[in-house]
Design a protein around this ligand. Structure first.
Ligand code: ZN
Length: 398
């Protein structure tokens, strides 16, 4: 099977995904730069796609004999990338990411899904030994001694379709919180994507608060949020009722048996301006008899979204953990620290998300034609590496 080449991926990104204008003019803040911004932007993106996600590794690629087939016009040093990302406009990168997702939606990439979801969650990345910027969170041992620093952000991702596309982050420093950062992030995402881009937002119990639910609804989104002990009265009312009634729906999901309880007439808590609250509980029983169960609340009516569809929306929250944080950290280097500077980190994180989106769309939409199974991420990576190796065999000595 053909996997393409870095130059084909670049052509796909520029033409089909509409990123040409951003690549050529990405919001470069340098004055009289010697290495063009488009060289550095593409070098970082193709470096991430090849999972060479450090400034040092990208310098190596840019100085190698492979630089032409990688689409990197000129060699440069890791310091060039540091200087560039310190001054790159993060607003311009975010606008490009928003435009990219709008292009993807117009291209009908989500048309297999009835609803488009957005998931929000927070995480910590980029551990380091010295605190050097105002976003550094101290990491303490059991005796409260500072043993290092980390950086935190909330992330937002398209979920609930066959494409998980993480597209923005909002950092938060020690005096800030995931909850506040996620609210800023959701507001910005809706402004960037347009009010009718997505149908709902899904999040953990931390987001099941009246201010968050109201803000999401004001932004034109339905909400699916985990119901936990932070709403003790509603949780007690729901679990008490579910305990004495049989499930409303039972079905097989893969090898698991799923039981669902779903009522839409619970009393709202005082601060919530909804007339009634719908609460669903699922019990997912795996073949080894282990059980996973959770309660969720939602603003969706039963007429619009049935119990099974609501179960799928709740489960879509895991995409931000698995295809968002886990992939970004383990495969695309988000856990590491390319360069300890606040703007550089933010710009690099956003560009890494852009690389992830380009890779997924190229592999799962562009290469996926006909009836064959889509290429896995590791299979595409191997094909790209083999293609580079074949074109750049070092002549045998003598
Ligand atoms: Zn820092």
């Amino acid at each position: 099977m053909k996997g393409g080449s870095p130059l084909r991926i670049r052509r796909y990104a520029r033409r089909t995904l509409g990123l040409a204008r951003f690549f050529d003019d990405p919001g470069d803040g340098r004055i009289q730069a010697r290495i063009p911004a488009k060289t550095l932007i593409w070098a970082w993106l193709i470096g991430c796609i090849l999972r060479e996600c450090s400034f040092h590794a990208v310098e190596f690629l840019a100085r190698s004999r492979a630089k032409r087939v990688l689409g990197i016009g000129r060699g440069f040093s890791d310091d060039t990338l540091a200087y560039f990302t310190e001054r790159l406009s993060v607003d311009a990168v975010r606008r490009a990411l928003g435009g990219l997702l709008r292009t993807v939606k117009r291209g009908k990439a989500f048309d297999d899904s009835r609803f488009i979801g957005l998931a929000l969650d927070g995480t910590g990345v980029a551990r380091c030994s010295k605190g050097r910027c105002e976003a550094c969170h101290p990491v303490r041992d059991s005796d409260k001694r500072v043993i290092g620093y980390r950086h935190h952000f909330s992330m937002i991702s398209v979920v609930g379709t066959s494409l998980s596309l993480p597209f923005d982050i909002e950092p938060y420093g020690p005096g800030d919180s995931e909850y506040a950062a996620s609210q800023r992030l959701l507001k910005r995402a809706v402004e960037n994507l347009g009010v009718r881009f997505a149908d709902y937002v899904v999040g953990d119990g931390e987001y099941a608060t009246a201010p968050f639910l109201h803000a999401a609804q004001d932004a034109g989104l339905h909400v699916v949020a985990r119901l936990k002990a932070n709403l003790p009265q509603l949780l007690a009312a729901a679990t008490g009722r579910f305990a004495v009634t049989p499930p409303d729906l039972v079905f097989q999901s893969g090898r698991d048996r799923v039981e669902i309880w779903d009522y839409d007439d619970f009393e709202p808590w005082e601060a919530l301006r909804w007339p009634r609250v719908r609460v669903m509980r699922y019990r997912q029983i795996r073949p080894d008899r282990s059980v996973c169960e959770a309660c969720w609340l939602t603003s969706w009516s039963k007429a619009k979204v049935g119990s099974r569809a609501l179960f799928e929306m709740a489960k879509a929250r895991w995409e931000i953990e698995n295809q968002g944080f886990n992939d970004a950290k383990c495969r695309y280097g988000l856990e590491r620290m390319p360069h300890h500077h606040r703007n550089s980190l933010e710009a690099t994180w956003l560009l890494t998300l852009m690389a992830i989106i380009i890779e997924r769309l190229y592999r799962l939409r562009y290469l996926k034609r006909g009836n064959h199974a889509p290429l896995s991420a590791i299979a595409l990576l191997r094909l790209l590496r083999l293609g580079l190796a074949a074109r750049h065999q070092v002549p045998a000595p003598g």
